[in-house]
Write a protein that binds this ligand. Structure first.
Ligand SMILES: Cc1cc2nc3c(=O)[nH]c(=O)nc-3n(C[C@H](O)[C@H](O)[C@H](O)COP(=O)(O)OP(=O)(O)OC[C@H]3O[C@@H](n4cnc5c(N)ncnc54)[C@H](O)[C@@H]3O)c2cc1C
Length: 348
């Protein structure tokens, strides 16, 4: 079908990043996607938060997240210069807050774990939380400040990647690829998110639905990214430079269902309002649902598999892991050291 050096299937953040990086290293690149940037990448909140997202069994994911976070400022800078599109990378800190005594006990345990891992977090009283972020409710019991976490606008990143790829000579074809059989590129990359198993049967990736909301308010309504546990359930509020506040997200195992439900919206707004009561005054600008590409061990598959390259299964961290994933796959094209050995598809 095609005689490029590289043929990428899927134009979410994974495929677009790989395609752009490959093009900047002088390879001819074609990327196929009927609607680039419109799936999980469009849903994503864009938190680059390996520290505040760390969980007890996922230390390999933490290492990858920290390695990719380190790459983000240069990646964003180069991307903005190559595309002329600002991607709204911000780093004013993340406050993680607890609503009731049980939530606080859970956060304290997490803080102890983060400190044991050598991560930089500061414990805050309820009052210090409100000093850090004045819009927080007086009911917030206490929290943590993670200064190193960043966030970005993934929709802008996807737009910038498409522009930068084309500026670097890459080609985007708006097609759905039905089979790998007739592709004749030097390297074929399957980066089709939750749909990757349709091209590589047996790849254990499943869709994990996330409902997410966009509110619109005055610029600077929130100064920080806020993550909270409210009576055991998690919610986050991510501010953008244009006054948008992203409120997310549900985690649902419902196959390829992308309906936005009254219950999903209700739960997100209920929990977000407990933490930042002022959100009830904002416009509800958008409701959306996306499908995270989940894997059995929550690590993505990045590497050679069945005669092609695969870069899929990034679950909750695909935006965070994009720069590292792109560098890892392109390093693989050139026979360089494996940057993500934990993610080898050989573990399937
Ligand atoms: C609600 C929500 C919030 C999230 N928040 C965060 C966050 O804060 N931080 C973070 O790091 N991650 C977050 N994520 C996860 C992140 O969005 C995903 O891990 C990431 O977008 C996956 O990127 P991808 O390119 O693999 O998949 P997608 O973005 O889903 O892209 C896959 C692409 O492949 C295309 N495709 C499929 N089949 C074919 C085919 N046969 N031929 C051609 N093209 C095909 C699709 O059209 C699609 O564009 C969130 C996800 C959700 C749903």
């Amino acid at each position: 079908m095609n005689a490029s050096d590289v043929f990428v299937i899927g134009g979410g953040i994974a495929g677009l990043s790989i395609a752009w990086r490959a093009a900047t290293r002088g390879l001819t690149v074609t990327l196929a996607d009927p609607d680039p940037g419109a799936r999980a990448t469009r849903a994503s909140a864009g938190m680059l938060a390996p520290v505040s997202e760390v969980t007890y069994t996922e230390e390999p994911l933490l290492r990858l997240g920290l390695a990719s976070l380190e790459r983000w400022p240069a990646f964003a800078g180069e991307l903005e210069a190559a595309s002329g599109i600002p991607v709204d990378l911000r780093g004013d800190g993340t406050v993680e807050v607890a609503y009731d005594a049980d939530d606080l006990a859970q956060l304290d345990e997490l803080a102890a774990f983060e400190e044991k891992l050598g991560l930089r977090v500061e414990r805050l009283t309820g009052r210090q939380c409100r000093q850090a972020e004045p819009m927080l409710s007086p009911n917030v019991r206490g929290g943590l400040l993670a200064r190193d976490d960043l966030w970005v606008n993934p929709r802008r990143v996807a737009q910038a990647l498409q522009q930068a790829l084309q500026n670097a000579g890459g080609r985007i074809v708006r097609e759905r690829i039905a089979s790998l059989d007739d592709l004749s590129a030097g390297h074929v990359v399957v980066a089709a998110g939750a749909w990757s198993p349709s091209l590589l049967p047996g790849l254990p990736i499943r869709p994990v639905k996330g409902q997410i909301l966009r509110l619109r308010g005055p610029r600077g309504f929130l100064s920080k990214c806020v993550r909270a546990t409210v009576r055991g359930s998690e919610v986050y509020l991510v501010p953008r430079d244009d006054g948008e506040i992203v409120v997310g997200a549900t985690m649902e195992e419902l196959g390829f269902d992308t309906r936005v439900t009254a219950g999903g919206v209700y739960e997100l707004l209920r929990d977000a309002r407990e933490i930042v009561p002022g959100i009830t005054e904002l416009d509800l600008a958008e409701t959306f649902a996306g499908l995270r590409p989940g894997t059995p061990d929550n690590l993505p598959y990045v590497g050679r598999h069945g005669g092609v390259w695969v870069a899929a299964g990034h679950h909750r961290a695909g935006v965070l892991l994009a720069p590292l994933t792109a560098d890892a796959v392109v390093a693989g094209f050139f026979g360089e050291a494996d940057l993500m050995p934990e993610c080898s598809p050989a573990r399937i």
